[in-house]
Design a protein around this ligand. Structure first.
Ligand SMILES: Nc1ncnc2c1ncn2[C@@H]1O[C@H](COP(=O)(O)OP(=O)(O)O)[C@@H](O)[C@H]1O
Ligand SMILES: [Mg+2]
Length: 701
């Protein structure tokens, strides 16, 4: 089966929408002027809607004609919680807080290694990625780009980073992330040599789509989506999948969607990336998801040859084929999905939002199957009670809950995550008001206006969307929290460690994202006094307020709060229309020596978007030699330099590194999947190669 061009679904929708305002007028006998006016009004509203959709579509269309999802949603609520520890003592702090010696090597990529580390205080395990200038080249700022991007994201299928440490002297960054012990998708395929069943594959693909819808809405293009960069939270068959490795990711402003750096992992690179002067858009992620889907269903790469030039030629010119040997018995919808994603022309590819509505996803994915979310919510009365309690809570309690939700290892919130994912009917990674209304529609004891209030309380910045951690914190509000977790939240917010949470502490820990007046009001309400100093006793009383003496765990969850680590947090963002002066101010230095984990400067200002909007800002893309950096930031005329330079070390790591990684991790083989990954590809030509395509030089020309 070959592929022919397809019309982007969004465009088709626009046409239908504009048509509907004229042709869908009800065929009724209008007897009164009033009715006629109402009808006219409705028609006008329909026209307006269609026009607005058209306007939006024209904004979304890239120069290639691709209907992009790219937006400029602001950084997630949790971004200020990710602290970057800088300064001379950062490495000592890292050592003090984590046992980094002898940890299992979880994987080794082009950037360096990822090892398991133990947090000394809690005994909790985390993953630590070490990225070194020596390996990737460039500057410290470029090294930090990956972190700056990943920290702005808050999605159930995106690996969460907790904190980072900066070793200026040795040019290294240490990224502390949630630990995923289930290995990479590429490793699991060893058990599925001839591909996954359609339901399993479509479910995986819908999760990937959701994470990419979310990234694209936030103006982030991943540019290295592949089986190796999708890892499982734990060893269970049904474990949650997480997107990792934002080392090639690029943040761009919508409306100026163009990238020029020739990078990626060859087998997943779209045809336009194989030109000596590529100019491309976010549709390269869609192509890569198409490759992932093809591989999940067949166990083979869609275009492969050992010779890179031949491979590139195939990607650019050959029709997508579905040989009977692997594809017999696979539905035509699945094949069509692959075709729609791997269209040679970017303009013909589906956007992530359109892809999740493709008939194959609708038919085969299990994410939104089973019990209706409204029925589920009716059953989960503890969750509903928690949401109600949250809407009545003081702002300071909400802030504490945010910290607690952020610090809770994601795997401990599995059931709540399930509720969130189901509620998120459009896979955007956030809950809209309409989705919340729908989920609550069968909870008869909660009146409609109460539902609206509950939503508004969760959506603290009034963006019209509730983020993942906002939702989690609301569902934890009726939970009884241990002294240890309350203390964790307190010390996290008491930035200067003087035993009181003050206005200054909150300003510092929230990196200017909550307005001064909101902080003042929150603390005054909490303390009942104008000095607004909150002691631990006050804080504990507030966190535990509103709890019934026999408060239950949320659902069957048993959140081990006592085991939780702690991380700085904040509550509500500054209203977009009322930026505060302190947003531009550097963080204050602590009044007294804070505990080890808080000594370092707080997170950098969250709104990085403006700074990184221009294509030139995509520095990580060409990280190696100064010459490349220049090329990367040069105008299109210089693009040839960018794509011809052999500097993109990240894309061409040495083969033995992975082998070492695999052999260095005898304790947890499942978690050290890197090296044997390529063998999953059942293509005989690939068999015996030391690694998957990641090791191919991207500047192959
Ligand atoms: N949070 C994590 N938990 C467990 N293993 C991880 C985690 N992050 C990365 N890894 C493992 O380390 C490998 C390399 O990490 P990655 O971020 O992809 O680095 P690179 O940028 O060098 O490719 C991954 O393929 C994966 O096997
Ligand atoms: Mg990787």
């Amino acid at each position: 089966m070959g592929c022919s061009g397809s019309k982007p679904a969004t465009k088709a929708r626009t046409e239908a929408a504009s048509g509907s305002s004229i042709t869908a007028a009800p065929d009724i006998d209008i007897t009164s002027l009033e009715k006629a006016q109402t009808l006219q009004h409705e028609l006008a509203k329909g026209d307006e809607k269609a026009k607005e959709e058209e306007r939006q579509d024209s904004r979304r269309m890239t120069s290639s004609g691709f209907m992009s999802d790219l937006g400029s949603d602001r950084a997630a609520f949790t971004s200020a919680f990710v602290v970057n520890h800088a300064g001379r003592k950062a490495v000592a702090e890292l050592e003090k807080r984590y046992d980094t010696t002898g940890g299992t090597v979880l994987g080794r990529g082009a950037c360096g290694s990822v090892v398991a580390v133990r947090q000394r205080e809690t005994n909790e395990l985390f993953a630590m990625k070490v990225v070194a200038l020596e390996t990737v080249g460039g500057t410290m700022e470029e090294l930090k780009k990956e972190i700056e991007i990943q920290r702005t994201l808050d999605h159930p299928n995106i690996c969460k980073i907790f904190e980072t440490y900066e070793d200026q002297k040795h040019g290294e960054m240490y990224i502390i992330m949630e630990l995923c012990t289930g290995g990479a998708l590429v490793s699991r395929m060893k058990n599925h040599r001839h591909g996954y069943g359609e339901a399993a594959a479509a479910t995986i693909v819908e999760k990937i789509l959701s994470s990419i819808i979310y990234c694209h809405h936030h103006g982030i293009v991943h540019r290295d989506i592949k089986l190796d960069n999708l890892i499982y939270e734990n060893e269970a068959e049904e474990a949650e999948l997480k997107l990792i490795d934002f080392g090639f990711a690029c943040e761009i402003a919508s409306g100026r969607e163009a990238m020029w750096d020739q990078l990626g992992t060859p087998s997943y690179m779209a045809p336009e990336l194989w030109s000596s002067r590529p100019e491309y858009d976010s549709s390269v992620d869609m192509w890569a998801i198409g490759v992932v889907t093809y591989m999940l269903l067949s166990g083979k790469r869609p275009f492969h040859d050992d010779n890179k030039r031949e491979k590139a030629r195939m990607i650019k010119h050959d029709a997508l084929r579905f040989p009977d040997h692997e594809w017999k018995g696979v539905s035509k919808e699945a094949k069509d999905f692959c075709c729609q994603m791997m269209q040679k022309q970017p303009k013909d590819r589906l956007s992530a939002t359109a892809a999740k509505d493709h008939p194959w996803i609708k038919m085969a994915s299990t994410i939104h199957k089973g019990e209706d979310i409204a029925v589920e919510m009716q059953r989960h009365n503890e969750v509903v009670a928690s949401l109600q309690a949250f809407s009545e809570a003081d702002d300071l309690k909400k802030l504490a809950l945010e910290v607690i939700a952020f610090a809770t290892p994601p795997s401990k919130l599995e059931e709540l995550r399930g509720v969130f994912v189901k509620m998120d009917a459009d896979d955007s990674g956030t809950i809209s008001r309409a989705e919340f209304r729908n989920a609550m529609s069968l909870c008869d004891d909660v009146p409609a206006e109460r539902v609206e209030q509950m939503y508004s309380q969760m959506d603290v910045d009034g963006s019209g969307e509730v983020d993942y951690t906002e939702f989690l914190s609301a569902t934890l509000s009726a939970q009884k929290h241990s002294n240890a977790s309350i203390m964790n939240a307190f010390t996290t917010l008491d930035t200067d460690g003087d035993g009181y949470i003050t206005n200054m502490d909150i300003q510092q820990s929230l990196a200017g994202q909550m307005s001064q007046s909101a902080i003042k009001e929150m603390l005054e309400v909490a303390t009942g006094s104008r000095d607004g100093k909150v002691s631990f006793q006050d804080f504990k009383r507030i966190v535990l307020s509103g709890l019934k003496s026999e408060s239950k765990d949320v659902g069957s969850l048993n959140v081990a709060i006592a085991e939780m680590s702690m991380h700085p947090g904040r509550l509500s963002r500054v209203e977009p229309s009322s930026p505060t002066k302190d947003e531009d101010e550097p963080p204050r230095s602590p009044k007294s020596p804070p505990p080890a984990d808080k000594k370092a400067a707080p997170a950098a200002p969250a709104d990085k978007k403006a700074a990184s909007a221009a294509p030139a800002a995509d520095k990580k893309a060409a990280p190696a030699a100064p010459a490349d950096k220049k090329a990367a930031s040069a105008p299109p005329a210089d693009k040839k330099v960018a794509s011809a330079a052999p500097a993109d070390k990240k894309a061409a790591p040495a083969a033995p590194a992975d082998k070492k990684a695999a052999s260095a991790a005898p304790a947890d083989k499942k978690a050290a999947p890197a090296a044997p990954a390529d063998k999953v590809m059942t293509d005989p030509k690939a068999a015996g190669e030391p690694s998957l395509e990641k090791k191919e030089p991207t500047q192959y020309l």
